[in-house]
Write a protein that binds this ligand. Structure first.
Ligand code: AKB
Length: 317
């Protein structure tokens, strides 16, 4: 990886991934690709190059790749699970037509491509406990359908054209820099903001609903380590199960209460979010990622909670 383009650089993962890549590969070698209306700000804007990259426009992607001599693309453009249900056509246009544009440019210019899949690529028929790497994937959400297609199309470009495509199935990502928007797992970020603001939290997901989760530093390491991994060791490519923890709302609430004893939570279950969450695994088996490229997360629920509360206290004071 010498010259890197991050598409979706101002989103939840993109904003932190761009900064981490700049730290590791040099500020001028990482281009922050954004869409109009979501311009980079502050350190993200000032620390390196940025360019408008609308993933639905192949020519724009090609021009940026040519201009900056890009050899690696992190493709993070997507609508999250809940919002994709209200805009299914747009979710497909960004997730799949956009991916096609990226893969075509990558084929012509010899770029490696990271495109994340998600726990959303599984469905009700998937075994929910310790979900295997290779198993049934029949999601009924548009988000899930685009993620399964992402995995297949990425594999297709690797097998047919030799494009170095790689991906992980991200669980819910918890972070304190940029808020997620429109996901089923967003509650696990919002709860920390409520705790720090001294507000009572109204949880949209029911007790006993377990989902895989991960703290942002581990998610960044996963994306970068996979792209740096020795290709000859990769049996799977698109996409690896990865997880760091699995919890339900009651567990995260009780964990936060260890550090904020007066924190209160009530439930007001959102039927759409609950339906999606019920169709996703309770816990993933990430053995293949561990064996093929050394995946090993650093944070568990307790260490994540301590760090989130500390960082948000500073940010919101
Ligand atoms: C969502 O909730 O939609 C995402 C995901 C798990 O892919 N955070």
């Amino acid at each position: 990886m010498k010259n890197i383009l991050v598409i979706g650089a101002t989103g939840q993962i993109g904003s932190e991934l761009t900064m981490e890549l700049r730290k590791r590969y040099g500020n001028s070698n990482v281009v922050a690709g954004y869409i109009q209306g979501a311009e980079p700000k502050g350190e993200l804007k000032d620390s390196g190059p940025s360019a408008i990259v609308d993933i639905t426009d192949a020519t724009v992607i090609e021009n940026v790749v040519k201009y900056y001599k890009i050899d690696t693309i992190y493709n993070l453009a997507a609508l999250l699970s809940v919002v994709a249900e209200s805009k299914p056509k747009l979710a497909w246009k960004i997730g799949i037509d956009g991916l096609w544009n990226v893969l075509e440019v990558a084929r012509v210019y010899g770029c490696a491509v990271f495109t994340p899949s998600s726990i959303g690529s599984f469905g009700t028929d998937t075994p929910h406990i310790n979900t295997p790497q290779d198993t049934i994937q029949r999601p009924r959400t548009m988000y899930g359908i685009t993620k399964v297609t992402t995995e297949l199309l990425s594999d297709y470009y690797f097998n047919k054209y030799g494009v170095d495509t790689r991906g992980v199935r991200f669980p819910g990502i918890i972070s304190n820099v940029t808020l997620p928007g429109g996901g089923t797992t967003d509650y696990a970020v919002d709860i920390y903001y409520s705790a720090i603001k001294g507000e009572s939290f109204v949880c949209p997901i029911a007790k006993d609903t377990f989902m895989d989760m991960m703290y942002m530093p581990d998610a960044l390491n996963a994306a970068i380590s996979l792209m740096e991994a020795d290709a000859s060791k990769l049996i799977h490519r698109n996409a690896f199960n990865i997880t760091a923890m699995s919890f339900d709302p009651d567990m995260i609430y009780k964990n936060i209460c260890k550090y904020a004893p007066n924190f209160e939570m009530t439930y007001n279950v959102d039927p759409l979010k609950q339906k999606i969450a019920d169709s996703w695994p309770d816990s993933l088996d990430d053995t293949c990622a561990r064996e093929e490229w050394g995946w090993n997360p650093s944070y568990n629920l307790d260490s994540m909670t301590q760090d989130m509360l500390e960082k948000l206290k500073l940010k919101l004071k």
